[in-house]
Structure formats: structure tokens, C-alpha cells
Design a protein around this ligand. Sequence first.
Ligand code: GAR
Length: 205
Amino acid sequence: MLKRRIAVLVSGGGTNLQALIDRQQAGDIPHGQLTVVIADNPQAYALQRGEKAGLAVAAIPRRQMSQEQFEGELQATLEKYDIEVIVLAGFLCILSANFLRKWQERVINIHPSLIPSFCGKGFYGLRVHQAALDYGVKVTGATVHFVNEIPDGGKIILQKAVAVLPDDTPETLQRRVMEEAEWQLLPQAVEMVCAKLCEEQADRE
Ligand code: GAR
């Protein structure tokens, strides 16, 4: 069976990475192979999750370098592991148009709202849920999309709605969106993208 080699890029706790690891171990990502976890800071707990699952891990400290240097090291790491698909799973750096040009329709991101609501520059993590509560929406959710040069602006792959409850705090809403949407959608979307790439390769051969 052909498998696309996947890098997961992370900045923090890595519960979405964990969902990918768990789904892979359950056999639900047959067209993809989680290969390396790359963090933009060495403190990211997600690195420990990756190590525990037997994946390669790398930290590229974004704060200590320019965007160009960071993306140069990132590209080198991706090439070292023969990566074909990049998954942004709680990765908080914005990648440049120049970098993304080499990876068109190969980078996917999970965002904790129903795009085009509460997305774009400055909307990440709990801030997204705070904005949804401030606005007073009764339904929010999560979106998996391809990454292009517009923050949260690429083609949508999957979306799922989640109810906002009257007593929600950003933390309770974040947890519900993760449990009911993110941890299901991301592995599903990764499998869909990898399966399509496998099909395209089989057609060419
Ligand atoms: C997730 O809710 C993810 O959707 C969000 O950060 C959290 C990371 O959690 N991403 C963004 O807000 C991107 N704009 P995790 O590290 O536990 O997966």
C-alpha cells in the first residue's frame, strides 16, 4: 500500500497531534505515515507526544531566527524525512507565500471556528473562542483547510458545527470544539488528502 509521508507542525500541547497518532494506530489513516513532528519551540509538549509514539522529532526555535532562516531549516528538515504532506496542528507561525508556493495543496491546517468566522491573523487558540462568545454566536465549530498565502484563506476540506452553551467560557468551548469536531475532522481530512495523492500517483504510473 502506498503511503504519503507526513510532517506534523506544532507549537504547544499537541492534542490534535495525539488524535492523529491514535487514529493512525487504530488503522484509520491507511494512506498516510506520520513521520516527523516539528515544533517552532523546544518547549512544546507535543514533541514528547511524538517521541512517545516513536516518531522523529525536531525543534526549530523560531524566535531565535529570521523568517527566511526558519523556513530554510524547515524545508531542510522536510526534505531530510522525504515529507509529502504537512499538517499544521496548533502551529502558530505564519508561513510565507514563498515557502507555500513549493507546497501547494500539500499543507493543511485545523482552525477552531467555522471559517470565514473568527479567523485570520491574530485568531488562534482561546482567542478564537473568546471572540465567538463575545459575538454571541450560538453555533461554532472547526474547519480543516488547505493553507495558502492568506491566513485561514485556503480551500476548505472539512467543517463541523458545535453548539455554544449559555454558560460557556473560552476554555469549556475550546474543549467541546476539540472533542466534538477537531479530533475527528483532522485525521479524516489527512486521510482524504493522502488517499487522493495516492490515487493521483497510481494514475500517473
Ligand atoms: C487547537 O484548538 C487548534 O485548532 C488551534 O490551536 C489549538 C491547538 O491545540 N489552532 C489555531 O488556533 C490556529 N489558528 P493542540 O496543541 O492541543 O492541538
